[in-house]
Design a protein around this ligand. Structure first.
Ligand SMILES: *Cc1c(COP(=O)(O)O)cnc(C)c1O
Length: 341
């Protein structure tokens, strides 16, 4: 391994970050109690802080984004209801069909536009009339960022307004909503405007080891707490984990701009390699298209140079707080060396 570190440069995801000294100190010092009894002061502080930051009445700490999204689906929808969602959305494609399996909730996926949005006309077409032949259209679930792309605030306003006009509730899978807010230069609260519920991952770019927060109205969160318990997400002295989440909300939002700069720096550096085609990122995620027959060679070549990546023909590269500008430059050099050989 080069460069004086024994840890590889890990570009597989922003979930790979490890808590640093400050975060670990906050975890070690956390006051705790039994959160199932509502007794954990640090969890309560995290939930209050998240509710404030995202402009909602209440929030609930969940062990994962997958569970937080599932709790939201189960809270919004009953058996035989459906949610309208993008084909590529995490809540449809990457959560093992949880809403259908555990909630008897039917997804109604629709195709994305090139910018990641769902066309308003497609949403309207997907909303079913009140007729016993159909599942009851109940919820519109959007995701921001989606594959690193930021949805335009005007689009979100229009989509959530349209959903509400048709009697649908709205949920945002905001796993990376803070990346969107920082990119747009708006507050997290502004970035989630129009949604009845919002799930935010603390364990992606924000750098906490575990956890998500689900934000919504008092009544929504009260019901959500029951679903969390049913799903096994009621944790006891969870303040140790919540302390990391609180630390992340206090220290790691504004700095996401560094990840965005690093992603752009990497994209620019890779742009003049003829064999790959790079898309310029909005936030911390970029894509590189490369010939399929090169994938396993590139994977090995990068590993040899101390870089971990998920090398596929449409390769996703993710920047995060454990990758420095110098490591970005080493990554560019490694790619160039590989493709020059
Ligand atoms: C990671 C992710 C989730 C799920 O979070 P986990 O904590 O990994 O379960 C949900 N939605 C999106 C968009 C994500 O990227």
């Amino acid at each position: 391994m080069t460069g004086g570190t024994d840890r590889p440069i890990d570009l597989r995801s922003d979930t790979v970050t490890r808590p640093g000294r400050g975060m670990r100190a906050a975890m070690a010092a956390a006051e705790v109690g039994d959160d199932v009894y509502g007794d954990d002061p640090t969890v309560n502080r995290l939930q209050a802080r998240a509710a404030e930051l995202f402009g909602r009445e209440a929030a609930l700490f969940a062990p994962s984004g997958t569970q937080s999204n599932l709790i939201a689906l189960l809270t919004h929808c009953q058996r035989g209801d459906e949610y309208i969602v993008g084909q590529e959305a995490h809540t449809y494609k990457y959560e093992a069909g949880g809403g259908a399996v555990l909630g008897s909730i039917q997804p109604q996926p629709i195709a994305h536009q090139p910018d990641g949005s769902l066309a308003l006309a497609d949403i309207v077409r997907a909303i079913k009339p009140d007729d016993f032949h159909f599942a009851r259209s109940r919820l519109l679930a959007l995701e921001n960022t989606l594959g690193g792309r930021v949805l335009a605030p005007a689009y979100i306003d229009a989509a959530t307004e349209l959903a509400h006009r048709h009697g649908l509730a709205t949920h945002l899978d905001g796993a990376r909503i803070c990346n969107a807010a920082v990119k747009l230069g708006i507050s997290p609260r502004e970035a989630v405007r129009g949604f009845d519920s919002v799930s935010v991952c603390l364990s992606k770019g924000l750098g906490a080891p575990v956890g998500s927060v689900l934000c919504g109205s008092q009544a929504f969160i009260q019901q959500a707490r029951r679903w969390r318990k049913m799903l096994g997400g009621g944790m006891r002295q969870a303040g140790i984990l919540a302390a990391a989440g609180l630390y992340a909300l206090e220290h790691n939002i504004a700095r996401l701009s560094e990840d965005h700069e690093n992603a752009a720096r990497l994209a620019r550096g890779l742009a003049d390699i003829a064999q790959i085609k790079v898309t310029m990122p909005d936030t911390n995620i970029l894509y590189a298209d490369l010939p399929a027959e090169l994938c396993s060679l590139l994977d090995a070549g990068l590993r040899r140079r101390g870089i971990l990546a998920r090398v596929t023909p449409h390769m996703r590269i993710v920047l995060h707080l454990d990758v420095s500008p110098a490591q970005v430059d080493r990554t560019i050099a490694a790619f160039k060396e590989f493709f020059a050989a």
